[in-house]
Design a protein around this ligand. Sequence first.
Ligand code: UDP
Ligand code: MG
Length: 330
Amino acid sequence: MRDTLSIVISAYNEEENISEIYRRLKTVVSSLSLRVVEYIFVDDGSTDQTFNCCLKLQAIDPEVKIVRLSRNFGHETAMTAGLDHASGEAVIFIDADLQHPPEYVRDMVRLWQNGHDVVLTRRIDNEAVSPLYKLGANIFYYLLNALSDTPIPANTPDFRLLGQKYINFLKSFDERDSLFRGALAWGISVNHLATIDFTAPRRLTGKSKYTLLKSLRLAFNSILQFSVKPLYLSMWLAALTALFALGLEVDVIAERYLLHNPTPGYATIVITTLIMGTINLTVLTIIGAYIAKIHVETKKRPLYLADFITAEKPLEGEAAAEPEHVTHNS
Ligand code: UDP
Ligand code: MG
């Protein structure tokens, strides 16, 4: 079969981009041999006119569905919400700001219809970010892969197609904070999948919603989600401190008994106290971060609240329903 497709478009304050991404997607999709297509716009708690723009599209096109989250839950959660409401045999995730050129959807679908269950994209360049940001991103991926048990290739954005098997696989992750890229890499070797290279243009309009703080949080989160290695850092730090202490002791003894010039105690005490304090705090912070994760996971709170969902319906041509209030446990 392989002829029903859901396209999940996450949007947070993207009022100026909605109709353009819809138009471009529609053009591409019209050239494909697909029986049923749905465009799922996930409005991640936008405060601008994003929702109304989506409603307008829905009014003229029954293929458009909307999931509106009650507040801003973040990109990952928005994608999860889209996935929860997708009914195609394959799902494509795409950003609303046109940094993921919709034209690549053609190749993605072609590869999928030729038998690939997952099609990834690799960003060979990103015109929107500075060389400093790129350096930061490379360091992050290097650290992530050094620390993580699950290698995650650099520059593989969320712009990707997932076939049925992997949709089910991702849905089976019952985690509050699951990271799409990592979750997929955890299950399969993403290096062996079909990949399309592309250059990310600047966003059509608006600013990136990923502030430096959000990006850092995501980076930190991905390490915590997919690795417990930082917990063993204390072991290495303890070994290093022991070595340092040994060196210091040898030095103190040598200066006192061989050189007859004893080290003043004050400096040594300050240095060792500072080192021990720093190590203790570092290790405590790491343990705290993992405890926080356990805390969040054990509460089993719903991942998001959607306050508008285009009625769940069979894919083929039904009219949109009235707004409804639904809580989703996923
Ligand atoms: N986005 C979202 N929720 C957020 C932040 C971003 O749904 O809390 C959407 C955003 O509208 C865009 C996509 O996720 O369609 C990627 O975000 P952005 O372009 O700001 O990130 P960048 O491309 O700069 O990494
Ligand atoms: Mg972007």
